[in-house]
Design a protein around this ligand. Structure first.
Ligand code: HEM
Length: 118
């Protein structure tokens, strides 16, 4: 189970890299955003985050702070919603940039929550 938890954490880090890496590279652009990569990262964050809590609590005797987890989940759902809105906006030819910035900025806030709130 420890190996599974480690794999989930690695995927969690790769998911945040997909969102924030894409954001940092493209934040000064006005179009041509890699919105599908951000959406994939956002889905990865929600799924791996929930799985980390489930496996940790059920099999590894972890005792996560559920208020912190709840805050992270809400922020991750904001990232996911903004990523979906960005994909939809791109398909409709509408402005993508505001949604792209909400997704990237909120993901950065979630990193700060993850590492500062102990
Ligand atoms: C954009 C979304 C997210 C970002 C950027 C993010 C970021 C991070 C980072 C940087 C870490 C490693 C530092 C640490 O161990 O505290 C981490 C770990 C973790 N995250 Fe997230 N996270 C996100 C979403 C979520 C969600 C939605 C959940 C749960 C519902 C979650 C649950 C966890 C758990 C359980 C750990 C592992 C803590 C441990 O046992 O070491 N995360 N996250």
């Amino acid at each position: 189970m420890q190996l599974l938890q480690s794999i989930l954490l690695a995927l969690h880090i790769l998911g945040l890299a997909a969102i924030i890496g894409t954001f940092l590279v493209q934040m000064r652009k006005d179009d041509g955003f890699a919105v599908n990569l951000v959406l994939g990262g956002a889905i990865t964050q929600v799924l791996t985050g929930i799985a980390l809590v489930g496996v940790g609590e059920a099999a590894l005797d972890r005792d996560y702070n559920m208020i912190k987890i709840g805050v992270k989940l809400v922020l991750a759902l904001v990232v996911l919603g903004a990523a979906i809105a960005a994909v939809v906006a791109e398909k409709r030819g509408a402005r993508v940039k505001p949604w792209f910035h909400v997704a990237g900025g909120t993901a950065i806030v979630n990193v700060l929550v993850a590492v500062i709130w102990r």
